[in-house]
Design a protein around this ligand. Sequence first.
Ligand code: URA
Length: 435
Amino acid sequence: MRMYDLIMKKRNGSALTGEEIRFMVQGYTKGEIPDYQMSAMMMAIYFRGMDADETLALTMEMAHSGDMLDLSDIHGVKVDKHSTGGVGDKTSLALTPMVAAAGVTVAKMSGRGLGHTGGTIDKLESFSGFSTAITEQQFKENVNRIGIAIMGQTADLAPADKKLYALRDVTATVDNMSLIASSIMSKKLAAGADAIVLDVKTGSGAFMKTQEDSFALAREMVRIGNGAGRKTIAVVSDMDQPLGCAVGNALEVREAIDTLRGCGPEDFVELCLTLGSYMLVAGGEAATEEEAEQILREVIENGSALDKLAEFIAAQGGDRELVYHPEKLPQASMTQEIESPADGYIQRIVCDEIGICSLILGGGRETKESAIDLSVGLVLHKKVGDAVKKGESLATIHANDQAKLDMAKERFLQAYTIDEEPVEKKPLIKGIVIE
Ligand code: URA
């Protein structure tokens, strides 16, 4: 088999066989196929696309290119959750203890933030001492003992995807549906869970800006997951404005804790209950989503979800007391209100701009190596559809540097559109994709 022939085959619009995809992925991972040939192949795929069989074959090859985590010695159905990423998306922080408190085993691999969206690991590091750099053995023991563990992605998890993603990133071939779906799902399959609940974001703060593209990505990933024998469902949810109110690492942790105490923002609570219901049904703890939602409400009301978060934080070296005293989490040295320049209704928020404000304050990573300031960020007081009076606070900025605060404030005001016309609030959940 020759890579040249495969590039020509795809360039001319034919489907590659499973054997050809194996040759290509294995050869590239081992360094036998050079970047320039793989770049040409990615561009051919970008223009010609891949059918469902090719996409599944690519995913399976990438998943098997490194370690496949074997979770079979963990009791029960292991459920994972994945979000395609968004602004203020602290869902895993509240959702995973809720689900674990309800009896479903959560064995999760998470990533760090890059660009305008934050990562779960960075947020969790707001708990002093907490680490996701645990061994596979510790990971499994924790899951068996307390029903929940979160681990950083190991270097040998889907290395073919790692190499290919870096190549796509510099050859303008990232935004192809089959390539994105296979990239995300290869890592999820390698991470070993039996069932996967996906939160596919849609809107100005998301990777996929239109609902059409978001549903197409959701369908592709669900097809791959089920095709690989893992029960997979996707929830398509709004990212046309930040999720909840807090944006920034420790601020988001506080909001997740508030949610576990029963006083979270409405949209965030709705998302946790929706994703959690599907996780409980997939994990066999509830027969219907309605029953599951009732159980999830109970674990919030009786405090067991909050206690589960404390147990999980302590098991991975963090200070459990912070769960009960969130005022001791990292705090910025100054706060300032951003006042509304006019009376009216919030028409629109350019969501990724709010993520960038948090980045400017120091809450995100400009490059993989940069350090982040856990304490900074924003807490929104007004969201789309809300009425506002001139001078009323739109948000509170938390900062450690006056110049950065000023810059973020200016950018924030540009991201909000306020007008006299009342605006209808749009639903958070756009739909569910089940094969
Ligand atoms: N996230 C991934 O992991 N892969 C992609 O291709 C895009 C987003």
